[in-house]
Design a protein around this ligand. Structure first.
Ligand code: UD1
Length: 337
Protein backbone atom coordinates (compact mmCIF):
# COMPACT_ATOMS: atom_id res chain seq x y z
CA UNK A 1 0.00 0.00 0.00
CA UNK A 2 1.24 3.47 -0.89
CA UNK A 3 0.67 6.11 1.80
CA UNK A 4 0.96 9.88 1.46
CA UNK A 5 2.37 11.35 4.68
CA UNK A 6 1.75 15.10 4.83
CA UNK A 7 4.10 16.99 7.11
CA UNK A 8 6.19 13.86 6.76
CA UNK A 9 9.50 15.42 7.82
CA UNK A 10 8.19 16.40 11.26
CA UNK A 11 8.67 14.84 14.68
CA UNK A 12 5.75 12.40 14.94
CA UNK A 13 5.69 11.77 11.19
CA UNK A 14 9.34 10.76 10.95
CA UNK A 15 8.81 8.13 13.66
CA UNK A 16 5.65 6.97 11.90
CA UNK A 17 7.55 6.68 8.60
CA UNK A 18 9.99 4.24 10.24
CA UNK A 19 7.11 2.02 11.39
CA UNK A 20 5.30 2.30 8.04
CA UNK A 21 8.40 1.24 6.11
CA UNK A 22 9.14 -1.58 8.58
CA UNK A 23 5.57 -2.81 8.15
CA UNK A 24 5.99 -2.92 4.36
CA UNK A 25 4.13 0.26 3.32
CA UNK A 26 5.45 2.52 0.56
CA UNK A 27 5.89 6.06 1.88
CA UNK A 28 5.58 9.35 -0.03
CA UNK A 29 6.33 12.47 2.02
CA UNK A 30 4.93 15.93 1.27
CA UNK A 31 6.36 18.69 3.47
CA UNK A 32 6.90 22.44 3.04
CA UNK A 33 9.88 22.29 5.46
CA UNK A 34 8.57 25.37 7.30
CA UNK A 35 9.30 23.77 10.65
CA UNK A 36 11.15 20.57 9.73
CA UNK A 37 14.27 19.25 8.02
CA UNK A 38 14.68 16.99 4.98
CA UNK A 39 17.51 15.36 6.97
CA UNK A 40 14.87 13.51 9.00
CA UNK A 41 13.68 11.83 5.80
CA UNK A 42 17.24 10.78 4.92
CA UNK A 43 17.77 9.42 8.44
CA UNK A 44 14.57 7.36 8.23
CA UNK A 45 15.79 5.90 4.92
CA UNK A 46 19.10 5.02 6.57
CA UNK A 47 17.43 3.47 9.63
CA UNK A 48 15.11 1.30 7.58
CA UNK A 49 17.23 0.68 4.45
CA UNK A 50 14.18 1.71 2.39
CA UNK A 51 13.43 4.62 0.06
CA UNK A 52 11.00 7.48 0.61
CA UNK A 53 9.71 9.63 -2.24
CA UNK A 54 9.94 13.23 -1.05
CA UNK A 55 8.08 16.28 -2.36
CA UNK A 56 8.95 19.71 -0.95
CA UNK A 57 5.51 21.18 -1.47
CA UNK A 58 2.85 23.11 0.37
CA UNK A 59 -0.76 21.97 0.77
CA UNK A 60 -1.75 25.56 -0.02
CA UNK A 61 -0.68 24.90 -3.64
CA UNK A 62 -3.81 23.07 -4.73
CA UNK A 63 -2.72 22.34 -8.29
CA UNK A 64 0.66 20.99 -7.20
CA UNK A 65 -1.04 18.73 -4.67
CA UNK A 66 -3.36 17.38 -7.37
CA UNK A 67 -0.39 16.68 -9.65
CA UNK A 68 1.22 14.60 -6.89
CA UNK A 69 -2.02 12.61 -6.44
CA UNK A 70 -2.21 12.10 -10.19
CA UNK A 71 1.41 10.92 -10.42
CA UNK A 72 1.48 8.66 -7.36
CA UNK A 73 -1.88 6.88 -7.02
CA UNK A 74 -2.15 6.71 -3.23
CA UNK A 75 -4.05 4.10 -1.22
CA UNK A 76 -4.35 6.29 1.86
CA UNK A 77 -3.18 9.46 3.59
CA UNK A 78 -1.80 10.24 7.03
CA UNK A 79 -2.26 13.97 7.55
CA UNK A 80 0.24 15.48 9.99
CA UNK A 81 0.91 18.78 8.23
CA UNK A 82 -0.01 21.88 10.16
CA UNK A 83 1.19 24.62 12.46
CA UNK A 84 1.16 23.56 16.10
CA UNK A 85 2.22 26.28 18.56
CA UNK A 86 -0.56 27.49 20.82
CA UNK A 87 1.04 30.86 21.71
CA UNK A 88 1.91 31.66 18.10
CA UNK A 89 -1.62 30.76 17.01
CA UNK A 90 -2.98 33.55 19.25
CA UNK A 91 -0.62 36.04 17.59
CA UNK A 92 -1.06 35.01 13.94
CA UNK A 93 -4.41 33.19 13.79
CA UNK A 94 -4.80 33.80 10.06
CA UNK A 95 -1.63 31.86 9.34
CA UNK A 96 -3.09 28.99 11.37
CA UNK A 97 -6.44 29.09 9.59
CA UNK A 98 -4.72 29.35 6.23
CA UNK A 99 -2.19 26.57 6.79
CA UNK A 100 -4.26 24.15 8.80
CA UNK A 101 -7.77 24.71 7.42
CA UNK A 102 -7.14 25.72 3.81
CA UNK A 103 -4.30 23.21 3.56
CA UNK A 104 -6.58 20.42 4.79
CA UNK A 105 -9.37 21.52 2.43
CA UNK A 106 -7.02 21.30 -0.52
CA UNK A 107 -5.90 17.87 0.59
CA UNK A 108 -9.48 16.63 1.00
CA UNK A 109 -10.50 17.99 -2.41
CA UNK A 110 -7.57 16.17 -4.02
CA UNK A 111 -8.47 12.99 -2.13
CA UNK A 112 -12.04 13.16 -3.36
CA UNK A 113 -11.00 13.93 -6.92
CA UNK A 114 -8.56 11.01 -7.08
CA UNK A 115 -10.83 8.70 -5.08
CA UNK A 116 -8.47 8.22 -2.14
CA UNK A 117 -10.85 7.91 0.80
CA UNK A 118 -8.74 6.50 3.61
CA UNK A 119 -7.46 9.15 6.00
CA UNK A 120 -5.70 9.17 9.37
CA UNK A 121 -5.81 12.64 10.92
CA UNK A 122 -3.50 14.03 13.64
CA UNK A 123 -5.88 15.50 16.14
CA UNK A 124 -5.04 16.46 19.70
CA UNK A 125 -6.27 16.12 23.26
CA UNK A 126 -6.57 19.90 23.06
CA UNK A 127 -10.08 19.31 21.60
CA UNK A 128 -11.31 18.32 25.09
CA UNK A 129 -10.67 21.85 26.43
CA UNK A 130 -10.99 21.86 30.23
CA UNK A 131 -12.26 18.33 30.91
CA UNK A 132 -14.63 18.03 33.86
CA UNK A 133 -13.12 14.72 34.93
CA UNK A 134 -10.18 12.49 34.10
CA UNK A 135 -9.36 10.05 32.57
CA UNK A 136 -10.72 11.53 29.35
CA UNK A 137 -12.89 9.35 27.11
CA UNK A 138 -13.51 9.94 23.42
CA UNK A 139 -17.19 10.74 24.05
CA UNK A 140 -16.40 13.70 26.37
CA UNK A 141 -17.64 17.16 25.28
CA UNK A 142 -15.39 19.08 22.88
CA UNK A 143 -14.32 22.70 23.23
CA UNK A 144 -11.24 24.78 22.50
CA UNK A 145 -9.75 28.05 23.70
CA UNK A 146 -7.14 29.08 21.14
CA UNK A 147 -6.81 29.25 17.34
CA UNK A 148 -4.50 26.20 17.14
CA UNK A 149 -7.01 24.07 19.02
CA UNK A 150 -9.83 25.54 16.97
CA UNK A 151 -8.18 24.36 13.74
CA UNK A 152 -7.97 20.81 15.13
CA UNK A 153 -11.64 20.84 16.14
CA UNK A 154 -12.76 22.48 12.88
CA UNK A 155 -10.94 19.81 10.88
CA UNK A 156 -12.53 17.07 13.01
CA UNK A 157 -15.94 18.68 12.35
CA UNK A 158 -15.24 18.91 8.62
CA UNK A 159 -14.30 15.24 8.52
CA UNK A 160 -17.45 14.24 10.42
CA UNK A 161 -19.53 16.22 7.90
CA UNK A 162 -17.74 14.66 4.94
CA UNK A 163 -18.30 11.18 6.33
CA UNK A 164 -22.00 11.94 6.94
CA UNK A 165 -22.38 12.96 3.30
CA UNK A 166 -20.43 10.02 1.88
CA UNK A 167 -20.03 6.76 3.75
CA UNK A 168 -17.41 5.48 1.33
CA UNK A 169 -14.77 7.41 3.35
CA UNK A 170 -12.84 5.66 6.12
CA UNK A 171 -11.39 8.18 8.58
CA UNK A 172 -9.48 7.79 11.84
CA UNK A 173 -9.28 10.83 14.15
CA UNK A 174 -6.33 10.22 16.47
CA UNK A 175 -6.28 12.45 19.54
CA UNK A 176 -2.70 12.60 20.75
CA UNK A 177 -1.83 13.34 24.34
CA UNK A 178 1.76 14.61 24.95
CA UNK A 179 4.24 12.91 22.58
CA UNK A 180 7.86 12.96 23.79
CA UNK A 181 10.93 10.72 23.56
CA UNK A 182 12.73 9.75 20.37
CA UNK A 183 13.67 6.73 18.30
CA UNK A 184 15.88 4.34 20.26
CA UNK A 185 18.71 4.77 17.73
CA UNK A 186 19.11 8.42 18.75
CA UNK A 187 19.09 9.33 15.04
CA UNK A 188 15.67 10.99 14.79
CA UNK A 189 13.83 13.10 17.35
CA UNK A 190 12.14 16.40 18.08
CA UNK A 191 13.91 19.43 16.61
CA UNK A 192 11.92 22.58 17.37
CA UNK A 193 12.90 25.93 15.84
CA UNK A 194 14.21 28.42 18.39
CA UNK A 195 13.33 28.22 22.08
CA UNK A 196 10.97 25.27 22.67
CA UNK A 197 7.41 25.93 23.90
CA UNK A 198 6.85 22.40 25.16
CA UNK A 199 8.22 21.01 28.38
CA UNK A 200 10.35 18.07 27.24
CA UNK A 201 12.46 19.75 24.55
CA UNK A 202 13.02 22.65 26.97
CA UNK A 203 14.20 20.28 29.71
CA UNK A 204 16.47 18.49 27.22
CA UNK A 205 18.11 21.79 26.22
CA UNK A 206 18.69 22.75 29.86
CA UNK A 207 20.28 19.31 30.40
CA UNK A 208 22.52 19.96 27.38
CA UNK A 209 23.60 23.34 28.78
CA UNK A 210 21.94 25.26 25.93
CA UNK A 211 19.33 26.93 28.16
CA UNK A 212 19.90 28.00 31.73
CA UNK A 213 16.95 27.05 33.85
CA UNK A 214 13.61 25.26 33.50
CA UNK A 215 10.59 27.39 34.33
CA UNK A 216 7.86 25.42 36.03
CA UNK A 217 4.60 27.11 35.12
CA UNK A 218 2.81 27.09 38.48
CA UNK A 219 2.90 24.87 41.57
CA UNK A 220 -0.52 25.81 42.90
CA UNK A 221 -2.65 23.46 40.80
CA UNK A 222 -4.90 20.91 42.44
CA UNK A 223 -2.48 18.04 41.72
CA UNK A 224 -0.30 15.86 44.01
CA UNK A 225 2.72 18.20 43.86
CA UNK A 226 0.91 21.32 42.62
CA UNK A 227 2.42 21.22 39.10
CA UNK A 228 0.52 20.37 35.91
CA UNK A 229 -0.14 16.71 35.16
CA UNK A 230 -0.05 15.34 31.59
CA UNK A 231 -0.20 12.01 29.79
CA UNK A 232 3.24 11.80 28.16
CA UNK A 233 3.48 9.14 25.48
CA UNK A 234 6.57 7.74 23.76
CA UNK A 235 6.59 8.92 20.16
CA UNK A 236 7.34 5.37 18.92
CA UNK A 237 4.23 4.06 20.71
CA UNK A 238 2.29 6.89 19.09
CA UNK A 239 3.76 6.01 15.68
CA UNK A 240 2.65 2.39 16.10
CA UNK A 241 -0.87 3.65 16.84
CA UNK A 242 -0.95 5.02 13.27
CA UNK A 243 -0.13 1.62 11.81
CA UNK A 244 -2.95 0.08 13.85
CA UNK A 245 -5.31 2.84 12.69
CA UNK A 246 -4.43 2.19 9.03
CA UNK A 247 -5.09 -1.53 9.54
CA UNK A 248 -8.43 -0.61 11.06
CA UNK A 249 -9.32 1.57 8.05
CA UNK A 250 -8.75 -1.45 5.80
CA UNK A 251 -11.73 -3.09 7.52
CA UNK A 252 -13.99 -0.16 6.41
CA UNK A 253 -15.05 1.04 9.87
CA UNK A 254 -16.31 4.46 8.67
CA UNK A 255 -15.27 7.37 10.91
CA UNK A 256 -13.54 6.29 14.11
CA UNK A 257 -11.98 8.32 16.93
CA UNK A 258 -9.28 7.21 19.35
CA UNK A 259 -7.30 8.67 22.22
CA UNK A 260 -3.62 7.82 21.93
CA UNK A 261 -2.22 8.15 25.43
CA UNK A 262 -0.87 5.90 28.17
CA UNK A 263 -3.61 6.56 30.72
CA UNK A 264 -0.97 7.63 33.26
CA UNK A 265 -0.39 11.22 34.35
CA UNK A 266 3.00 12.68 35.35
CA UNK A 267 3.61 16.11 36.85
CA UNK A 268 6.14 18.64 35.60
CA UNK A 269 8.38 17.78 38.56
CA UNK A 270 8.06 14.03 37.82
CA UNK A 271 9.29 14.73 34.30
CA UNK A 272 12.22 16.83 35.51
CA UNK A 273 13.27 14.16 38.03
CA UNK A 274 13.02 11.38 35.48
CA UNK A 275 15.10 13.41 33.06
CA UNK A 276 17.71 13.99 35.78
CA UNK A 277 18.02 10.20 36.11
CA UNK A 278 18.37 9.80 32.36
CA UNK A 279 21.06 12.46 31.93
CA UNK A 280 22.80 11.85 35.25
CA UNK A 281 22.77 15.43 36.51
CA UNK A 282 20.68 17.80 38.59
CA UNK A 283 18.64 20.20 36.51
CA UNK A 284 18.05 23.77 37.66
CA UNK A 285 14.41 24.85 37.77
CA UNK A 286 12.36 27.63 39.28
CA UNK A 287 8.66 27.99 39.86
CA UNK A 288 7.05 30.83 37.90
CA UNK A 289 3.43 31.87 37.39
CA UNK A 290 0.91 29.71 35.56
CA UNK A 291 0.99 29.83 31.76
CA UNK A 292 -2.29 31.31 30.48
CA UNK A 293 -4.57 28.66 29.00
CA UNK A 294 -2.96 25.70 30.84
CA UNK A 295 -5.12 23.20 32.68
CA UNK A 296 -4.24 21.29 35.86
CA UNK A 297 -4.62 17.69 34.76
CA UNK A 298 -5.04 15.89 31.46
CA UNK A 299 -4.73 12.17 30.83
CA UNK A 300 -6.41 9.67 28.56
CA UNK A 301 -8.64 6.72 29.01
CA UNK A 302 -6.93 4.63 26.29
CA UNK A 303 -9.32 1.64 26.62
CA UNK A 304 -11.10 2.18 23.30
CA UNK A 305 -7.85 2.05 21.27
CA UNK A 306 -6.85 -1.08 23.15
CA UNK A 307 -10.17 -2.80 22.52
CA UNK A 308 -10.74 -1.77 18.91
CA UNK A 309 -7.20 -1.35 17.55
CA UNK A 310 -5.35 -3.82 19.74
CA UNK A 311 -2.96 -0.94 20.51
CA UNK A 312 -1.48 -0.06 23.84
CA UNK A 313 1.46 2.17 24.80
CA UNK A 314 4.39 0.05 25.95
CA UNK A 315 6.94 2.55 27.23
CA UNK A 316 6.98 4.51 30.47
CA UNK A 317 8.41 7.88 31.41
CA UNK A 318 11.92 6.49 32.15
CA UNK A 319 12.40 5.26 28.61
CA UNK A 320 10.85 8.41 27.14
CA UNK A 321 13.46 10.49 28.99
CA UNK A 322 16.35 8.12 28.17
CA UNK A 323 15.55 8.14 24.46
CA UNK A 324 14.99 11.91 24.38
CA UNK A 325 18.36 12.40 26.09
CA UNK A 326 20.14 10.05 23.64
CA UNK A 327 18.81 12.08 20.71
CA UNK A 328 19.66 15.40 22.41
CA UNK A 329 23.20 14.33 23.34
CA UNK A 330 23.95 12.64 19.98
CA UNK A 331 22.67 15.66 18.08
CA UNK A 332 22.98 18.81 20.22
CA UNK A 333 21.84 20.98 17.31
CA UNK A 334 19.16 18.63 16.06
CA UNK A 335 19.30 17.93 12.33
CA UNK A 336 21.74 20.80 11.84
CA UNK A 337 24.57 18.95 13.60
C1 UD1 B 1 0.66 21.84 24.42
C2 UD1 B 1 -0.53 22.57 23.92
C3 UD1 B 1 -1.46 21.57 23.28
C4 UD1 B 1 -0.74 20.91 22.12
C5 UD1 B 1 0.54 20.27 22.63
C6 UD1 B 1 1.34 19.84 21.43
C7 UD1 B 1 -0.76 24.52 25.38
C8 UD1 B 1 -1.60 25.21 26.39
N1 UD1 B 1 -1.17 23.32 24.97
O1 UD1 B 1 0.22 20.89 25.42
O2 UD1 B 1 -2.60 22.23 22.79
O3 UD1 B 1 -1.55 19.92 21.54
O4 UD1 B 1 1.32 21.20 23.38
O5 UD1 B 1 2.54 19.29 21.82
O6 UD1 B 1 0.26 25.03 24.96
N2 UD1 B 1 5.47 23.45 31.27
C9 UD1 B 1 6.34 24.05 32.18
N3 UD1 B 1 7.41 24.73 31.67
C10 UD1 B 1 7.68 24.81 30.33
C11 UD1 B 1 6.78 24.20 29.42
C12 UD1 B 1 5.67 23.52 29.93
O7 UD1 B 1 6.15 24.00 33.39
O8 UD1 B 1 8.67 25.43 29.93
C13 UD1 B 1 4.32 22.66 31.82
C14 UD1 B 1 2.96 23.12 31.33
O9 UD1 B 1 2.42 24.09 32.19
C15 UD1 B 1 2.19 21.77 31.37
C16 UD1 B 1 3.25 20.73 31.05
O10 UD1 B 1 4.49 21.35 31.35
O11 UD1 B 1 1.70 21.52 32.67
C17 UD1 B 1 3.25 20.29 29.59
O12 UD1 B 1 3.34 21.44 28.75
P1 UD1 B 1 3.59 21.32 27.18
O13 UD1 B 1 4.73 20.40 26.91
O14 UD1 B 1 3.69 22.70 26.62
O15 UD1 B 1 2.30 20.59 26.66
P2 UD1 B 1 0.74 20.98 26.87
O16 UD1 B 1 0.58 22.35 27.37
O17 UD1 B 1 0.10 19.88 27.65
Amino acid sequence: MKILVTGGAGFIASHTNVELLNAGYEVVVLDNLLNSSPESVRRVEKLTGKKITFYQEDLLHEEAVCKIFEAEGFDGVIHFAGRKAVGESCQIPLAYFDNNITGTLNLLKAMERYDVKKLVFSSSATVYGQPETVPIREDFPLSVSNPYGRTKLMIEDMLRDIYQSDHSWDIALLRYFNPIGAHESGEIGEDPNGIPNNLLPYVAKVAAGQLECIQVFGNDYDTPDGTGVRDYIHVVDLALGHIKALEKLNTHPGLVTYNLGTGVGYSVLDVIHNFEKACGKKLPYRITGRRPGDIATCYADPAKAKKELGWEARWGIEKMCQDAWRWQSNHPNGYRS
